[in-house]
Design a protein around this ligand. Structure first.
Ligand SMILES: NC(=O)C1=CN([C@@H]2O[C@H](COP(=O)(O)OP(=O)(O)OC[C@H]3O[C@@H](n4cnc5c(N)ncnc54)[C@H](OP(=O)(O)O)[C@@H]3O)[C@@H](O)[C@H]2O)C=CC1
Ligand SMILES: O=C(O)C(=O)[C@@H](O)[C@H](O)C(=O)CO
Length: 299
């Protein structure tokens, strides 16, 4: 955790990355100046028992950005994977998210401290409110707690996830720090153009979760035709579409082959006509919960 990409040659030599060049991944600059690698590795639905190995594998491929959450139950195993990898932790950008059962100022402060313990760090790169829970939660109290962690230097950046314009507007009106990112569902069947524009207008970077719609967009004939013509895989085409849209992505994959495939996005680009064809796939294809009504609070 810390700066990216590694500038110290000794750091690069200590990595177990055999082929990939970590510095091929571009960074975006968040609204407080913090740099974030635009491509990372997501660990949702990776069993805790498998997470350390998956993180080590992803780091060996070249990923230097890991997206986890309290909800995923694998923060400690992410830290274990980083520790076991031999990669300097200061070169790895780590994000976690406050769970739905920790809304409110005091509960957020407590659960954030637990996250730092599990991640074996005194400062996280990015911490998000996972869901706004507008009907049952307290995202304003949660945000004020994260503002305090940020002010005290325990988070390099703070942001939100699954926030709609109305939720963001409330933060703008009743708090101080503008979120650095908004992590939302984005893929060709649910492009979220309006919300991405809203984020950009307010200096908020958009992160796209389920960037390949958990595989569902990979059989699309338009994606398939572009992939065949340019000699790339459907996943690479869709992930490259995100990259060219300026969206930060962290696809999840189980095998080294898929991790590598998803990492190799920076030696080609999509033509404007390809981008337009993929843009035209947009439909009401939300896969996950609607943030305006989602009210799941675990025990
Ligand atoms: N903030 C939020 O509310 C949410 C955040 N997230 C974050 O976003 C990350 C990614 O989203 P996720 O929902 O996992 O979905 P993704 O869109 O990343 O898709 C993952 C699925 O696609 C498969 N896959 C990965 N690469 C390929 C490939 N090259 N070819 C074919 N299939 C492939 C994986 O299979 P296999 O594993 O078998 O290789 C897995 O089933 C999460 O891990 C999490 O960090 C996700 C959901 C909600
Ligand atoms: O993966 C995440 O980050 C999520 O928030 C999801 O698990 C989400 O809560 C969901 O899929 C609920 O069905």
């Amino acid at each position: 955790m810390g700066t990216y990409p590694p500038t110290d040659r000794r750091v690069r030599e200590r990595t177990c990355a055999p082929v990939a060049q970590p510095n091929t991944v571009p960074t975006l600059t968040l609204n407080n100046g913090v740099e974030i690698p635009q491509l990372g590795f997501g660990v949702f639905q990776i069993d805790p028992a498998d997470t350390s190995a998956a993180v080590q594998q992803a780091l060996s491929v070249g990923y230097r950005h890991i997206d986890t959450a309290q909800m995923y139950g694998n923060e400690a195993e992410v830290a274990e994977g980083i520790a076991e990898s031999g990669v300097d932790p200061s070169t790895i950008f780590v994000t976690s998210k406050i769970n739905n059962n920790s809304h409110g100022y005091d509960a957020t402060r407590r659960s954030f401290a637990e996250t730092l313990d599990k991640l074996r760090t005194e400062q996280i790169d990015l911490i998000l409110i996972h869901w706004p829970l507008p009907t049952v939660g307290d995202f304003l109290g949660t945000w004020r707690a994260l503002e305090q962690e940020y002010a005290d230097g325990r988070a390099r950046a703070i942001g939100v996830s699954n926030f709609q314009p109305g939720h963001l507007q409330k933060l703008f009106e009743e708090s101080t720090v503008v979120p650095a990112v908004n992590q939302i569902e984005v893929h060709p069947y649910f492009a979220q153009t309006g919300l991405r524009e809203f984020d950009a207008q307010h200096g908020i970077a958009t992160e796209g979760w389920s960037p390949i719609a958990q595989g569902d967009v990979l059989d699309d004939p338009v994606v398939g035709a572009i992939a065949k013509r340019i000699g790339k895989s459907p996943a690479q085409v869709v992930l490259r579409w995100h990259i060219q849209n300026g969206v930060i992505v962290f696809p999840k994959a189980s095998s080294a082959e898929r991790m590598t495939e998803n990492f190799e996005l920076f030696d080609f680009s999509l033509e404007p006509a390809d981008m337009a064809e993929i843009n035209a796939l947009d439909r009401d294809g939300r896969r996950g919960p609607n943030p305006d009504t989602f009210d799941y609070v675990p025990d």
